[in-house]
Write a protein that binds this ligand. Structure first.
Ligand SMILES: NC(=O)c1ccc[n+]([C@@H]2O[C@H](COP(=O)([O-])OP(=O)(O)OC[C@H]3O[C@@H](n4cnc5c(N)ncnc54)[C@H](OP(=O)(O)O)[C@@H]3O)[C@@H](O)[C@H]2O)c1
Length: 285
């Protein structure tokens, strides 16, 4: 299985990364260091995770060359309007203590996304950011963003796992040369996903864990995964997924797990847009 994927701007992105959502700042340096030592070369953080400084420290203190690491962060909605995106990009560079960010994402399709996108385009031209993309966008929103701006997003980071395969969005993104990237690739350990009988059976057949099967299933579809764990054994395990070859029959069985109207769907309701769109984080730009 390929370990990297080529983005539409020609850059290579690792297929398996390490996500740091909900990891407290004081624990982040240690776990990112463990992930780097285990072979991860993609780290996924966000201004809203309030742990960018620790991510930057782990990267700067590792013996791995910076150009071998692919660092993603995200701008939060509170920074999308006016001249806030420029300040937020400089703020992220400062918090991360980096000369550049490999991939900068609009965290949510809310607020003044067009203004923020144009500032992100300028940051690419200024060499502050190498690639730009979006997160939690519906495909129609990605289409509109592409039509009215210069630089096309390289990825759309959305929730994708066997209970929520996002078949239509994955197909559309791939057809438009935009890489689908899975957040919550293990369903955030919700909805009994780790004890799902189909996944347990397939995991046993491969002598792998359910988590590894979920990750391999996404990789095989050309979807980048960024699993999160704070446990050293799981961090290691979640990177040991490149040798799993699922049979057509197994993939068909996994396809039956799509819950359609499940808990995972419909995250972007008027209520959540109101709650997320007004959420403010206390990071300093
Ligand atoms: N763009 C967005 O809006 C957005 C939203 C959410 C997440 N993300 C990104 O995506 C990353 C991953 O998503 P996520 O953290 O929400 O969910 P996830 O990776 O699907 O699941 C994480 C959960 O699974 C558990 N876990 C991890 N590996 C395991 C294993 N091998 N066996 C059993 N349990 C395991 C973790 O517990 P332990 O930590 O206790 O091991 C944690 O409870 C985030 O860290 C973040 O970078 C982005």
């Amino acid at each position: 299985m390929e370990k990297t994927i080529k983005l539409n701007n020609g850059l290579e992105m690792p297929m398996v990364g390490y996500g740091v959502f909900q990891i407290p700042e004081d624990q982040t340096k240690e776990v990112v260091t463990a992930a780097l030592n285990d072979g991860y070369r993609l780290i996924d953080t966000a201004a809203g995770y309030l742990n960018e400084e620790a991510v930057g420290q782990a990267i700067n203190e590792s013996s791995i060359n910076r150009d071998e690491i692919f660092l993603t962060t995200k701008l939060w909605v509170q920074d999308f309007d006016g001249d806030n995106p420029e300040k937020a990009i400089d703020g992220a560079l400062k918090r991360l203590n980096q000369d550049y960010i490999d991939l900068l994402l609009l965290h949510q399709p809310m607020g003044d996304i067009y203004n923020a996108w144009r500032a992100m385009e300028k940051a690419v031209k200024a060499g502050k950011v190498r690639s730009i993309g979006v997160s939690n966008f519906e495909s129609f929103q990605v289409q509109d963003l592409m039509m009215h701006n210069e630089i096309k997003p390289v990825v759309n980071q959305i929730q994708i796992n066997p209970l929520n395969p996002e078949n239509d969005n994955v197909k559309w993104l791939k057809g438009n040369d935009i890489v689908p990237e899975a957040w919550g690739p293990m369903g955030q350990a919700q909805a009994g996903i780790f004890t799902n009988p189909v996944l347990v059976k397939i995991a046993k057949a491969h002598n792998k864990s359910v988590g590894q099967i979920m990750l391999a299933w996404n990789l095989e579809r050309g979807v980048v995964v960024i699993p999160k764990s704070v446990h050293p054994d799981r961090i290691k395990e979640n990177f040991d997924v490149f040798d799993i070859d699922l049979s057509d029959e197994e993939k068909q069985e996994i396809a039956t797990l799509d819950q359609h109207n499940s808990y995972f769907k419909g995250l972007l309701t008027p209520q959540t847009v109101k709650a997320l769109g007004s959420m403010k984080f206390d990071y300093k730009n």
